[in-house]
Design a protein around this ligand. Structure first.
Ligand SMILES: [Zn+2]
Length: 181
């Protein structure tokens, strides 16, 4: 399994590297919300100029909050942001979606087929929210970014601090400002 490869690499890593001791409060007082897409690994921080200790990073599939979790402004993303703001000094938030996101026009039929192929009954999901809404699929990354920005801005659990919405080009790393906080 891949985990064995990781463990072997890690053993070498800790032998060869001494990491500097730094605090857990983000130096730039920034929290970024982005997607879990594997193409963002490393490239994302490099394109934004973020170093270890600079910012808090939160990732969800599609950099989104599923529809059923938006109401009331309390969900895991808000909880994490609250921790960053109240306990770690975050004073600025950037929601950064990306081009070619897998959740833009995600196929609910493929999701259900894959669940069944892996031995999971899709019925409870279908009864609850419907697969498209549950997985958080959206049609337009710009619209999604604006919606997530609004959920964060309007949450009664968070203070009024700047919340920006951006889209990053997955091929070039170029950022596009969609909405400035
Ligand atoms: Zn994505």
């Amino acid at each position: 399994m891949v985990i064995d490869e990781i463990l072997a690499y890690n053993e070498q890593f800790v032998q060869e590297n001494r990491l500097p001791i730094i605090g857990h409060k983000p130096r730039k007082r920034l929290a970024v919300v982005t997607c879990m897409d594997c193409r963002l690994v490393q490239m994302f921080e490099q394109a934004l100029g973020l170093e270890r200790g600079d910012a808090i990073e939160l990732r969800t599939a599609g950099a989104t909050i599923s529809e059923s979790d938006r109401e009331g402004g309390l969900n895991d993303l808000i909880r994490s942001l609250a921790g960053g703001i109240y306990l770690l000094g975050v004073r600025e938030v950037a929601v950064i979606g990306h081009t070619q996101c897998g959740l833009a026009r995600a196929d609910p039929t493929a999701l259900i087929a894959s669940m069944q192929a892996l031995g999971v009954d899709p019925q409870p999901l279908l009864e609850k929210a419907g697969p498209k809404s549950w997985i958080g699929a959206f049609d337009d990354v710009h619209v999604n970014v604006k919606e997530v920005v609004n959920v964060i801005r309007n949450s009664p659990y968070l203070p009024k601090i700047p919340v920006h919405g951006l889209v990053i080009d997955i091929e070039t790393g170029k950022l596009e400002m969609v909405e400035r906080g």
